[in-house]
Design a protein around this ligand. Sequence first.
Ligand code: HH2
Length: 261
Amino acid sequence: MGIVNVTPDSFSDGGRFLEPGRAIDHGRSLVEEGADILDVGGESTRPGASPVSLTEELDRVMPVVEALADRFPVPVSIDTSKPAVMEAAVACGAAMINDVNGLRAEGAMATAAASGALVCLMHMQGKPRTMQDDPRYKDVVSDICDFFRARLNECQAAGLGKERIVLDPGFGFGKTLDHNLELLRRLSELTDLGCPVLAGLSRKSMLGTLTGGRPAEQRVHASVAAALLAVAGGAAVVRVHDVAATVDALAVFNAVQYQNQ
Ligand code: HH2
C-alpha cells in the first residue's frame, strides 16, 4: 500500500503533494514502482497535528481519489475518520476505507457498512494530540486483540462482515517504543483473529529512535527492515512511503519463502 498524503503537515512528506496534480503524479509513480493499493489521506494524524474541517478534507482528497480511481488499475483507499469523507470517496471510486479511529466516530460504522467497501480498522489509544503522553497497557498485544474482538462484534452487528475487514495494530498510535517492538515481535497473534493484518511502520519515529535519531527522510532502510519483519510476522499489507525499495526487499523475501516449495 503506497501512501499519498494530500496534506501540508504530514510528519514525513507534509506539503509535497498538497496540490492535486502533484498528488496524482505521486500516485502514478507509486503504481509504477509496484504499489498494489494507494492510500489517500487529507488529514495528518501525527501527534499534535491540527484537525481539518470536513470541507477542507473533501477539497484536498476528492480530486485525487477520483483521478487515481479512474486512471490506475489498483484499488484506492481513503484514509479518513469522517463518515462524510468515506461516503464521498467511495462514491467516486474508492474501494477501501482506512480509519485510524477504528470506525468510532458517530455514524462511521453505519457509513462503512453501507458503503460495500473494504475497511481497515486501526487501533489507537487516546487521540492524536495526546496519544503519546503516557500510553499504558496490561499486555499490549492481548489488549489490542481484545479491542479488535469487540470491534469485530460491533461490525458484525452493523452488517459489516469479517470478510471485508483488515486489522491494523496502529504502530505509534498511543504506543511507546517498547509497545511497538512487542507488537512487531508478536504480530502473528493478531492474524489469529481471522482477518488480514496491515502494518504501517514506514518512517515512523520509532525507527528514528532505533537508528540514532535519523530524520524521517533518512529512515528508508529502517522502514524496509520493519516492513519485512511485519510480513514475516504475517502482515498481508504494508503501508509504506518508499514503495520501490519495499517491493525489491519483498521480492527477495518471497523468493526465499515461496519458490521451489
Ligand atoms: N499511519 C499513519 C496514517 N494512517 N493508517 C493505518 N491503517 N496505519 C498506520 O499505521 C497509519 C495510517 C501515519 O503516517 P503518515 O500518513 O505518513 O503521516 P501523517 O498521519 O502525519 O499524514
